[in-house]
Write a protein that binds this ligand. Structure first.
Ligand code: DC
Length: 233
C-alpha cells in the first residue's frame, strides 16, 4: 500500500532517444493540466552555450566555471507554444540541430552540468504539478515522483520516429548517419557515470513499438488513475 501524500505531484517519464517522450509528455501535461518540463531541452541549451562560447569539455570539470553563473535557461510558454530561451534568446529550433544533439550527449556526462541543471529542474518541479521527461527523472531528479514511466521502443522504430521528426523540421540527414548517431547517443546515455539512463525499480515499463502516441498517452493516463487509487486507499 502507498502512504497518502508521500509523493510529489510529478509524473516522471524516462526513456532513450527517439522514443517519442516529448510528444507524449507534452500531451499528457495538457490532459492533466500539469506543467511540462523537458529536461533534455535544458541539456541541449547548455550544450549550445558551450558551443557558442567555445568552452572545452575539459573546462566542465570545474563546477566554479563562469558558465554556471552566467547561463540563463528559461522555458517559456507563448501563444505559439513551448519555447526555450538561452540568455534571453529564443533557441527552440537551434537546440534541435544534429550537432547540438551530439554535443548535449557529451556535456550531460559531466557531474558539474548535471548538478547545475538538476537543481533547476527540482525547483521547477516542486513548485507545480509537472510532467517531467528525461533520462534520470525517476531515478535521480524525482525519486519520489507520484508516477514513474519508462518508455521504450525497438531501435529501428526509434530511428524511424526521429527521422520523421527531422524531416518535419526540414533538417536533412541521411538515415545511416542518423542510425549511427542514435547508436552513439544510446551508448553515452547508458554508460555515463552520473544519471545514466535506466528504469527505476518502481517505474512502469511501456513498450511503445507498436503503439501510436494516443495509445501511449491513454496507457499512461490509466496508470496515473491506478496510482491515484493506490494513494487514496
Ligand atoms: O531528450 P533529448 O534527446 O532532448 O536529450 C538531449 C541530451 O541530454 C541527451 O543526449 C541526453 C541528455 N539528457 C540527460 O542526460 N538527462 C536528462 N534528464 C535529459 C537529457
Amino acid at each position: 500500500m502507498v502512504a497518502k501524500n508521500s509523493y510529489l505531484p510529478v509524473v516522471a517519464l524516462d526513456g532513450p532517444v527517439g522514443v517519442g517522450k516529448s510528444t507524449v509528455a507534452m500531451s499528457l501535461a495538457h490532459r492533466l493540466d500539469f506543467y511540462y518540463l523537458d529536461t533534455g531541452a535544458m541539456y541541449r541549451a547548455f550544450a549550445l552555450k558551450c558551443l557558442k562560447e567555445r568552452v572545452s569539455l575539459a573546462a566542465l570539470n570545474d563546477s566554479r566555471h563562469q558558465l554556471f553563473r552566467d547561463t540563463i535557461i528559461n522555458i517559456v510558454y507563448t501563444s505559439k507554444g513551448f519555447c526555450i530561451t538561452l540568455d534571453g534568446e529564443d533557441v527552440t529550433s537551434q537546440i534541435r540541430m544534429p550537432e547540438v544533439s551530439a554535443y548535449s550527449s557529451k556535456v550531460s556526462s559531466y557531474k558539474s552540468v548535471r548538478d547545475y541543471l538538476i537543481s533547476q529542474q527540482r525547483r521547477i518541479g516542486r513548485t507545480q504539478p509537472s510532467v517531467v521527461e528525461g533520462r534520470d527523472i525517476g531515478t535521480v531528479v524525482f525519486p519520489d515522483a507520484f508516477l514513474k514511466v519508462y518508455l521504450d521502443a525497438e531501435f529501428s522504430e526509434r530511428v524511424r520516429r526521429r527521422y520523421i521528426q527531422y524531416q518535419q523540421c526540414e533538417i536533412d540527414i541521411p538515415k545511416e548517419k542518423l542510425e549511427e548517431s542514435i547508436r552513439v547517443r544510446d551508448k553515452e546515455d547508458l554508460s555515463r557515470p552520473f544519471g545514466a539512463l535506466r528504469k527505476a525499480e518502481d517505474a512502469y515499463y511501456v513498450d511503445s513499438t507498436s503503439l501510436n502516441a494516443d495509445q501511449v498517452i491513454n496507457e499512461i493516463l490509466k496508470l496515473y488513475e491506478k496510482r491515484k487509487c493506490l494513494v487514496s486507499v
